[in-house]
Design a binder for this molecule. Structure first.
Ligand SMILES: C[S@@+](CC[C@H](N)C(=O)[O-])C[C@H]1O[C@@H](n2cnc3c(N)ncnc32)[C@H](O)[C@@H]1O
Length: 413
């Protein structure tokens, strides 16, 4: 028994390969290239992960599917490689981000475009009881005119304005735009105080103009990559756990929600209100987020899952742990029935208190029990964050080289 255990582990070790995804796709020179990062979205894929998978495991005839698509990176990249795709997310913001990022080149006279926003007579105010907590009264008129105009526009002109306006709106709020969470920080309060003392109206429009200029340039860059006219479907605002995949797909690629709370809906609440969603709608979405969502127990066929579960003592952490794995494993189990070739699942490292939970191994164990074959696990190092987070060892004076990693599990049918 002892021997068999060691042997199995060795086999598994051989299926783990280190990689630096960001340097692995020459035609995508940076993570923010083209429209792959026109807006901050928590735990967003870097485009190279999808591109690498499509080049290595797919051909242009294959349809790809992402059931937790967030920003919609899977779709934005799939077009470049000529793959049909279907993407889902609970967060309806995916529609705006995806449609903007995949837009055809937009030609506008920026000077006239901004003049029209300034002149706009229609107004829009979000249905949000907390509006005054997040915005000083002084800014409301300019915001409501700009958003009034945005809601009146159609087609590509709308897409030229929405994302830049989301960015400027956040900047002109008490929210700290430097963090993902919707959060009123010392910095952001000072930011608003300083803005109010300045010629803020002029600043608002010049910032908006600059953001539109940047976006249009990024869209040109994306179109230079020659995205193809593929078939696609974006399903925004749906609960993956309650949705059936109607048509088969060849390859699933996704990064499921994190075990530690990211609270994607809360992070983008300010934007969702200005986009026109109601308080009740947003609350309902929040309640469906994994891992807070209530969910029926499933039989988890992973010894590692049970081994780590036994070590958790606190009731609420145990509940979170169970809900998380019942949700994601259940989803992959069900969706996997409609996947023809590969499931590629990207997960970060997660901790319950100080205990690291090997989510990737739990996924592999459970799905291989159900008949999937474990092809490989790529171990990616998170370069950017390492620069800030790895502490200098006081004894040696050398930067501690323990790096954070993210794991891409590849399973074959
Ligand atoms: C790690 S993020 C995915 C990021 C994505 N790979 C990207 O490139 O932006 C996980 C996503 O799962 C979504 N999510 C959470 N619970 C969900 C549910 N019940 N149904 C559908 N999506 C859900 C979140 O809104 C979030 O966008």
């Amino acid at each position: 028994m002892q021997f068999r255990q060691t042997k199995l582990n060795q086999d598994e070790e051989e299926r783990k390969v280190k990689i630096l995804f960001r340097n692995s796709v020459p035609e995508i020179p940076s993570t923010t290239y083209a429209t792959f990062a026109i807006y901050k979205y928590p735990a967003k894929f870097i485009p190279q992960v999808i591109a690498y998978v499509l080049k290595k495991y797919a051909n242009p005839k294959m349809k790809v599917f992402d059931p937790f698509a967030g920003y919609g990176t899977t779709g934005v990249v799939a077009r470049v490689y000529g793959n049909d795709y279907e993407i889902w997310d609970l967060n309806p913001i995916i529609k705006v981000l995806h449609d903007t990022a995949t837009s055809k080149q937009i030609d506008i006279n920026l000077y006239e475009f901004i003049s029209e926003i300034k002149k706009c007579s229609s107004e829009f105010l979000p249905r949000w009881s907390n509006l005054e907590y997040w915005f000083p009264e002084e800014f409301i008129e300019v915001l409501s005119k700009s958003w009034g105009h945005a809601h009146e526009l159609e087609g590509e002109l709308k897409y030229a304005l929405l994302v830049p306006l989301m960015k400027v709106t956040k900047y002109f709020s008490y929210a700290d735009e430097k963090v993902h969470k919707l959060y009123r920080s010392k910095y952001s309060k000072k930011k608003v105080t300083e803005l109010l003392k300045s010629n803020w109206k002029e600043k608002f429009y010049s910032m908006l103009e600059e953001e539109i200029r940047i976006l249009l340039k990024k869209i040109v860059e994306y179109n230079r990559m020659k995205p193809k006219d593929v078939n696609f479907e974006v399903r925004a605002g749906i609960d993956t756990l309650e949705t059936k995949l109607e048509k088969e797909a060849d390859l699933l690629i996704t990064s499921p929600p994190y075990l530690q709370a990211q609270e994607y809906i809360r992070s983008t609440k300010l934007e969702l209100f200005w986009l026109g969603y109601s308080e009740e709608f947003i609350r309902n979405l929040s309640e469906k987020e994994i891992p807070y969502r209530k969910i029926n127990k499933i039989e988890v066929r992973s010894p590692t899952f049970h081994e780590f579960r036994d070590r958790i003592k606190e009731e609420h952490l145990l509940k979170l742990y169970d809900q998380y794995f019942y949700a994601i494993l259940g989803a992959f189990e069900k969706l996997g029935e409609k996947i023809e070739d590969f499931m590629c699942i990207f997960v970060g490292q997660a901790k319950i208190r100080t205990m690291k939970v090997p989510i990737d191994e739990i996924i592999v164990e459970h799905l291989t029990e159900l008949g999937w074959k474990h092809e490989i696990t790529y171990i990616d190092q998170i370069v950017a964050r390492v620069m800030f987070e790895s502490p200098v060892n006081p004894a040696s004076g050398i930067r501690d080289s323990r790096m954070k990693t993210e794991h891409l599990v590849v399973l074959r049918k």
